[in-house]
Design a protein around this ligand. Structure first.
Ligand code: RP5
Length: 176
């Protein structure tokens, strides 16, 4: 089995339902990853150990998902110079706005990239883009992904023109 180059860390198993989208996308793109549950608050020592060891284990990028006061991405970023992509999870009373602010509003000096709330898919694509800077096969896969996506939007446009909006809507949501 190839060594993982993307490390996905979630604050809780309750994040897995959304983060599954990132795992599936990385699998489709044949990018080796590992996935862990590790919390900045409940298992702080493990979170720091994970981040400190990450570069030495040849990880190239970390995706960190957390909800509520989402300190996990920032805590990991404090202990590694690898790029960290934060995924704010839509949990709790504020539905992810708290997590988004916690992740995006890092103090200067310790950057964390943030995708949108529940943006697991974009986190995987951004990790793939980072990997594509040194892996031509992943660059080609990303190009293929973009052109398939463009074809799918074009097919929707063509169908809308051909059947009109009423029949289009009656047909249900088209796969993206
Ligand atoms: C965060 O708190 C986790 O990332 C999760 O999104 C949220 C709720 O965690 P659980 O109480 O469901 O374990 O740390």
């Amino acid at each position: 089995m190839p060594k993982p180059i993307v490390g996905i860390v979630m604050g809780s198993d309750s994040d897995l339902g959304i983060m599954k989208q990132a795992l599936e996308l990385l699998e489709q793109m044949e990018i080796p990853y590992e996935v862990s549950i590790c919390s900045a608050h409940r298992t702080p020592d493990r979170a720091l150990e994970y981040a400190k060891a990450a570069r030495g284990r040849d990880l190239r990028v970390i995706i960190a998902a957390a909800g509520l006061a989402a300190h996990l991405p920032g805590v990991l970023a404090a202990a590694t110079t690898l790029p960290v992509i934060g995924v704010p999870m839509a949990s709790g009373a504020l539905r992810g706005v708290d997590a988004l602010y916690s992740i995006a509003q890092m103090p200067p000096g310790i950057p964390v990239g943030s995708v949108g709330i529940d943006g697991a898919k974009n986190a995987a694509l951004l990790a793939a883009a980072i990997v594509s800077t040194f892996d031509e096969a992943v660059a080609a896969t990303l190009n293929r992904f973009r052109s398939e996506q463009a074809s799918s939007v074009q097919a929707k446009h063509d169908r809308l023109q051909s059947v009109g909006y009423q029949e289009y809507l009656a047909g249900g949501k088209q796969p993206s």
